[in-house]
Design a protein around this ligand. Structure first.
Ligand code: SF4
Length: 522
């Protein structure tokens, strides 16, 4: 369950820690390639090792071998003072629970002994309740304030007491509403300009300096938890971005950056930044983009930066629904973007769609997409195999979005709809992937869970990490315990425990609008 697996890397820390140092494990419950693409890994590792009395060590998880891999030291978790766990998705809780079970480190078992298990991430910020029997504390919001407090926490006789007193740290024994922390000014905040560069394994999105251009998003798409929970929209200035790139690339073996932004072209100087990269012959990985602002010149720059696949997220071709959910794109605009992408020379266009915004019109949605693709294939004489890469996800209800009132079981109704996309669209030119509704259901069960859901997560983790273990755990614990799974919440418990800065009146009003205009049975 635990191995030391050091990697060949450029820029790792070799800190000669003292035995008295406060020892922090930075654990990303994902494989090394995914963990190294997280900006938090780089930030926490660099920041904490820069603090005099703290030593930080990285840990990742290998799913194939079912082991925790220590990257920097042979210290097992029970020799650490704190385990700082960065979770990106709800399923990371299951992996974490499995690891803590194996090491006898679940709160009930370890009692007050070390390490303190502190979790952070978007999903746990939105709803920390399902981590009740798994973590000691949850950091709400962005990690900077917590990292800055760590020197103080590390010298306290009871660090958990200090954590409980922080406005942005949620602990399960207190009923006080805690507030999400966010950085006001990204230009003034700490950024890891020198980053660890893996030499053996390629991180997700490829090698290169991770550059976070913006945080939050101003679009508030109805289904998007990130867009709601990471508000407000903030961005780094062009000067700061250039400074990060110029400095960071001096320490990087490749002249390439990986851009992080939820909505890149909403940043006023996005064009100037991309042009700067292009003029400096710096390659870039560009995140998924909204199609509504993809002009020909922007596509040309993205292509010139070395991007072979253009990734866009129209989510729906139904303009009426699109405008209701925050993706107001008409078919003509999308058609133009796709034509331009082909002409500019992209090898593939990856498109994300979501099914489930409405009930009963899946045939219409599939036909629209099929017709659009057929028209483009014939008009442009497309010859590239699998030029269109389509991913269709089920609508997954998440906390702090208007869809938080839908039950998780709603996802299971979408199985046939997703199958129709595959059977109707797959061709020489079109690759179709769909997200398994069972996993979507499980994701929503955790996302919309309460304290009792942590028992489900622990039981799931005990039996393995597969979907059959989830189903067994759900059956064993009896559905009566989890009424919300099939009925949803009228009054979601998390809105009484955390304040993420989203008005609940807005959520109910928008849900009612969406419900009346799109759903028949809710
Ligand atoms: S534009 Fe993207 S990131 Fe922003 S709210 Fe919409 S889906 Fe979320």
């Amino acid at each position: 369950m635990f191995v030391v697996k050091r990697r060949k890397e450029v820029n790792p820390f070799f800190k000669r820690g003292r035995p008295t140092d406060f020892k922090v494990g930075v654990f990303i419950p994902l494989p090394y390639e995914a963990a190294m693409s997280s900006t938090f890994t780089h930030m926490a590792y660099a920041f904490l090792n820069g603090v005099d009395s703290v030593s930080a060590y990285r840990y990742v998880y290998d799913f194939k071998e079912d082991v925790v891999e220590a990257l920097d030291s042979n210290l097992p978790f029970n020799k650490l003072d704190m385990l700082l766990v960065s979770t990106s998705f709800e399923f990371d809780y299951v992996t974490l629970a499995r690891v803590l079970l194996r090491f006898n480190l679940l709160p009930k078992v370890k009692g007050g002994s070390k390490p303190l298990v502190v979790v952070g991430g978007i999903a746990s910020t939105a709803n920390p309740l399902p981590l009740a029997g798994i973590a000691d504390a949850v950091v709400l919001g962005e990690g900077e304030a917590f990292l800055e407090k760590l020197p103080e926490i590390s010298t306290a006789s009871n660090p958990l007491d200090v954590l409980s007193g922080l406005d942005f740290v949620f602990t399960f024994s207190s009923d006080v509403i805690k507030r999400r922390y966010f950085v006001d000014d990204l230009n003034a905040s700490y950024y890891p300009r020198i980053q660890v560069y893996p030499l053996e394994e390629e991180p997700i999105y490829g090698h290169g300096l991770r550059v976070e251009v913006s945080r939050g998003c101003r679009r508030f798409c109805a289904f998007c938890m990130e867009g709601h929970v990471m508000n407000p929209f903030r961005f780094r200035s062009l000067t700061t971005l250039r400074n990060i790139v110029e400095y960071g690339l001096k320490y990087s073996p490749v002249k390439r950056v990986v851009i992080y932004s939820l909505s890149l072209f909403d940043v006023p100087h996005a064009d100037a930044f991309l042009n700067y990269l292009s003029n400096e012959s710096i390659e870039a990985s560009i995140p998924s983009l909204r199609p509504d602002y993809l002009t020909l010149s922007r596509l040309e720059v993205v292509k010139a930066l070395g991007q072979k696949t253009l990734t866009i997220a129209p989510e729906t071709l139904n303009k009426h629904i699109g405008c209701l959910i925050g993706k107001c794109v008409d078919q003509e605009t999308l058609s133009e973007v796709l034509s331009n992408a082909y002409r500019v020379g992209f090898n593939h266009v990856k498109m994300y769609f979501i099914e489930g915004f409405t009930e009963g019109d899946v045939e219409e949605n599939v036909t629209k997409l099929k017709n659009l693709i057929s028209k483009l294939v014939s008009e442009l004489n497309i010859k590239k195999r699998k030029f269109f890469r389509i991913t269709v996800n089920p609508l997954i209800p998440k906390p702090w979005t208007p869809y938080q009132y839908l039950p998780p079981s709603y996802v299971l109704n979408l199985r046939k709809a997703l199958e129709l996309y595959v059977s109707e669209l797959k061709s020489k030119y079109v690759e179709v992937e769909t997200y398994d509704v069972n996993w979507g259901f499980a994701q929503s069960v955790i996302a919309l869970g309460n304290e009792e859901t942590s028992n489900l997560i622990i039981e799931w983790a005990r039996n393995g990490l597969g979907i059959s273990s989830f189903k067994r755990a759900l059956k064993d614990l009896s559905l009566n315990m989890f009424k919300y799974v099939s009925h949803g919440w009228e009054d979601p418990p998390w809105i009484h425990r955390v304040d993420v800065g989203v008005n609940t009146k807005y959520l109910t009003t928008r849900f009612n609008i969406l419900r009346h205009k799109t759903f028949k049975s809710f």
